[in-house]
Write a protein that binds this ligand. Structure first.
Ligand code: SF4
Ligand code: SF4
Length: 331
C-alpha cells in the first residue's frame, strides 16, 4: 500500500494550505480568514515554498489542502513539483467536488492518495454538517477516483452530531473500495470556536465506547485505519508531537504552525518571509511544547477544555493525548 500522511512519532508531514477559499461552508470549518488570510498562492510561490522543506523531502509527506485545493487551477503542477523535489508521499485532501477536472490532470502514479472528507454515512447526517448535496458529490468523487486506480482515503471528523453514525462507515468504505480510514476528533477552532458547533466535543465515555471498536471493524476488511486515542489511560505515556515529530502547517499568508490547535492565534513558530523560512522570536507555540501539566496537552486545556474531567480534589481524571499522534491499525 502506498505511503501517505503519518500521525506518528518521528514523522515529517508538510500540510500545505495552498489557498483558503472553498466552495463549501462546513459548520465546523477550521479555516480562520483573519488568521490564515484569503490568498490563493501562485504556482511559482507554491514551488518555492515546497523547496524550503526539500532538505527533509525524502522523509516528508506533503499534503495539499485548503480551503478546497482542487479549486487551484495549477494543483496538478504543484503535485509534479513535489514529486520532482523528492517528497516521500503526496496526498491531496478534498471535499470531493474535484474541480478543474483534477483527476484528468494527474495520474495514479503521480499521487499517493486522494483523501476525501465525509462526516456521515448518509446525506442526512453528512449534509447537516457540510452542506446540502455534498454527500452525493463526495461519494461520486470517491467512485471516480477508485475507478481510475487512485489510492483513496476518507477522513471522518467525529463530533457529538455524527458519533452515532460512525458504526455505519465500515460498510460504506467496503462498498466504495476506500483503502484508508482516518478518524479524527473535532477541534475547537475556526467556526467551531466561534459558536457554530456548540457542544460538539465528546466525553471520554462517548469516545471510548464507540471509536476504537469501529476502527477495528474498519480495519478487518483490509484497510489501514488511524484514530486518535484522545483520552490516555493511567500509565500511558503522554508525548507532544511538537517535541517528537515534525509537522508543518503552512498557510498562504506565510504562517507556519507546528500545532494545529494553535492556528486561531498569531503564535506560529515559523514564518515564510521574503522567500525564507524563519523562526519567530519568543513567545510562540514552541514554548508550549515542553510544558508539563497534569492534563496532558497544554493547548487542549487552553482552547477546548470541555473534554476534561476532575475529581473532588481538582485532579484531572485522565490526560489528553496529542491530536497528531494516533493509533494505527493495519490489516
Ligand atoms: S472544512 Fe474544508 S471543505 Fe469544509 S468549508 Fe472548510 S475548507 Fe471547505
Ligand atoms: S496538540 Fe497538544 S500535544 Fe499535540 S502538538 Fe499541539 S500542544 Fe503538543
Amino acid at each position: 500500500m502506498k505511503q501517505t500522511v503519518a500521525f506518528s512519532k518521528n514523522a515529517v508531514n508538510v500540510f500545505f494550505h495552498i489557498l483558503t477559499g472553498c466552495n463549501l461552508h462546513c459548520r465546523h470549518c477550521y479555516i480562520n480568514p483573519e488568521q490564515h488570510g484569503t490568498q490563493t498562492l501562485p504556482i511559482d510561490l507554491i514551488e518555492k515554498w515546497l523547496g524550503l522543506f526539500a532538505a527533509r523531502a525524502k522523509e516528508a509527506n506533503v499534503i495539499f489542502l485548503g480551503g478546497e485545493p482542487t479549486l487551484h487551477p495549477e494543483l496538478s503542477q504543484a503535485v509534479r513539483a513535489a514529486r520532482r523535489l523528492g517528497y516521500r508521499s503526496i496526498t491531496v485532501d478534498t471535499n470531493g467536488y474535484l474541480f478543474n477536472d483534477f483527476l484528468d490532470r494527474v495520474s495514479p502514479e503521480e499521487i499517493d492518495a486522494v483523501s476525501f472528507s465525509l462526516d456521515g454515512p448518509t446525506a442526512a447526517i453528512n449534509d447537516t454538517i457540510r452542506g446540502e448535496g455534498c454527500f452525493d458529490r463526495c461519494v461520486s468523487g470517491i467512485r471516480q477516483a477508485v475507478a481510475r486506480g487512485f489510492s483513496t482515503s476518507l477522513i471522518y471528523t467525529v463530533s457529538r452530531e455524527n458519533l452515532h453514525a460512525l458504526k455505519e462507515m465500515p460498510a460504506l468504505l467496503d462498498e466504495l473500495g476506500v483503502e484508508r480510514f482516518f478518524i479524527q476528533v473535532i477541534g475547537i477552532r475556526g467556526k467551531s470556536a466561534s459558536g457554530e458547533f456548540v457542544g460538539s466535543q465528546l466525553s471520554r465515555e462517548e469516545w471510548t465506547r464507540v471509536v476504537p471498536a469501529v476502527a477495528k471493524k474498519a480495519a478487518e476488511s483490509g484497510r489501514v485505519v488511524s484514530y486518535p486515542k484522545v483520552f490516555l489511560e493511567p500509565g500511558e505515556v503522554f508525548e507532544c508531537a511538537g517535541n517528537v515529530a515534525e509537522n508543518y502547517f503552512i498557510f498562504p499568508n506565510g504562517r507556519v504552525y507546528r500545532c494545529p490547535l494553535c492556528e486561531d492565534f498569531p503564535i506560529h513558530g515559523m514564518q515564510i518571509h521574503e522567500g525564507h523560512l524563519v523562526r519567530r522570536s519568543k513567545i510562540n507555540e514552541e514554548d508550549l511544547f515542553s510544558l508539563q501539566i497534569p492534563e496532558g496537552c497544554v493547548m487542549n486545556k487552553l482552547v477546548q477544555p470541555d473534554n476534561l474531567e476532575y475529581d473532588k480534589e481538582g485532579r484531572p481524571l485522565y490526560r489528553i493525548a496529542c491530536c497528531l499522534l494516533k493509533e494505527e491499525l493495519r490489516p
